[in-house]
Design a protein. Structure first.
Length: 376
């Protein structure tokens, strides 16, 4: 690896190399990773232990990496990433968000602008129409603010309309964060009028993320892939207002397929932008009329992290795991943010986030406006 390459991890560099090979699709990457476990081992490790078919495929991609045109392409993309200060995270690295890794065929590589910690916090997708009604805009703003104050990182698609309102509402709440999932390369803000919003997101402990290589434009086929990431990163999907034919319904459908909770705000039967929400409710989405309906339901959805009614809650609190005990000692009784917890605990962000969610849902830790403190 040369000087430009050394600014990211070797694993992420090899993941980028794989993504730059047109014939090395994400499906084939996952198939080989099931054998090699890491991109670096795929390209540099011993392969004699695998069967002939796997070894043959490994040798094919290794030969492709020697192609001068491909190497120039990788260098070009690295230069772009360095210019915009993007971070690269491979699916094989611990920094990769746990929620997304659980998806079948999770994106092999993510490009991130801003603070990647936001990717590991409990996220709620907020989506809706680009041409919303005044009521829809008001609902998006007020609900997003309430949900951000409740501790959710709000995730959306950086689009016009309700997406933008959700991002802005989260940024206006002290300590809250938002994640903008892009349908373009990390160096292209779409729509352009959201360049200032993207800068705010990057600056205020939030982030922009995409699976698309640098310089890729906003093509129609990219938006369903973006929507899959929006729902995949989130614990649930809230549809504020949507017509029957809209990307928001795609995000909601993908969320249902991923076994995520889907919520819809009802509206007037005379409003065409409420029909998508009414359709989702008929399909099993939760009808919600307050933000607390969502927080209550998401806690129920994660019931496996809570003690059952037959268990003595005191016994759970008195007998935490070693990792929980160590984290509780770090948290203490004074509010502390996740950035300081990451440093003090020495935990990887993904592991820390999982521990915090479990502790919070079990009543051991409270979180408000991005600050944590323990109860007992």
């Amino acid at each position: 690896m040369d000087q430009a390459e050394s600014e990211i991890s070797r694993e992420a560099w090899y993941a980028l190399a794989a993504s730059c090979m047109p014939s090395f699709t994400p499906v084939r990457q996952h198939q080989l990773l099931a054998c090699t476990e890491t991109f670096e081992r795929l390209f540099t490790g011993e392969s004699v232990e695998f069967n002939d078919v796997v070894n043959s495929e490994i040798q094919r991609v290794r030969r492709a990496l020697q192609n001068d045109h491909l190497r120039r392409d990788i260098d070009s993309k690295m230069t772009v990433c360095a210019h915009v200060k993007a971070q690269l995270i491979a699916v094989t690295e611990p920094e990769y968000p746990v929620q997304l890794k659980a998806l079948a065929m999770a994106p092999p590589l993510l490009f991130v602008l801003g603070d990647p910690v936001a990717l590991h916090l409990p996220q709620l997708a907020v989506v809706g129409s680009r041409r919303m009604t005044p009521v829809g805009a008001s609902n998006a703003r007020n609900w997003s603010r309430n949900l951000a104050e409740s501790g959710f990182t709000l995730t959306s698609g950086l689009a016009l309309g309700i997406d933008a309102i959700a991002h802005k509402a989260a940024l206006d709440v002290p300590g809250a964060r938002t994640v903008a999932v892009m349908a373009t390369g990390i160096d292209i803000i779409y729509p352009r009028r959201h360049s200032e919003l993207a800068q705010r997101i990057e600056a205020l402990s939030s982030c922009l993320v995409t699976e698309f290589l640098p310089a890729q434009q906003a093509l129609p086929r990219h938006f369903p892939q973006r929507d899959r990431l929006i729902s995949g990163l989130s614990l649930g999907v809230l549809v504020v207002e949507a017509a029957m034919k809209s990307g928001s319904l795609i995000t909601a459908r993908l969320g249902m397929e991923q076994n995520k909770e889907v919520f819809a705000i009802p509206g007037s039967v005379h409003n065409p932008l409420a029909r998508g929400c009414h359709y989702l409710i008929k399909q099993g989405a939760h009808l919600v009329d307050t933000a607390s309906d969502i927080t209550d339901q998401l806690q129920s959805a994660l019931q496996g992290l809570r003690p059952s009614k037959s268990e003595d809650p005191a016994s759970v609190i008195l007998a935490p795991t070693l990792a929980e005990s160590q984290l509780l000692a770090v948290i203490g009784y004074e509010p502390i943010d996740i950035d300081h917890l990451t440093v003090l605990s020495g935990c990887e962000v993904a592991a820390l986030s999982a521990l915090l969610i479990g502790l919070e849902l079990r009543g051991l830790v409270s979180q408000k406006e991005g600050l944590y403190h323990r109860f007992c």
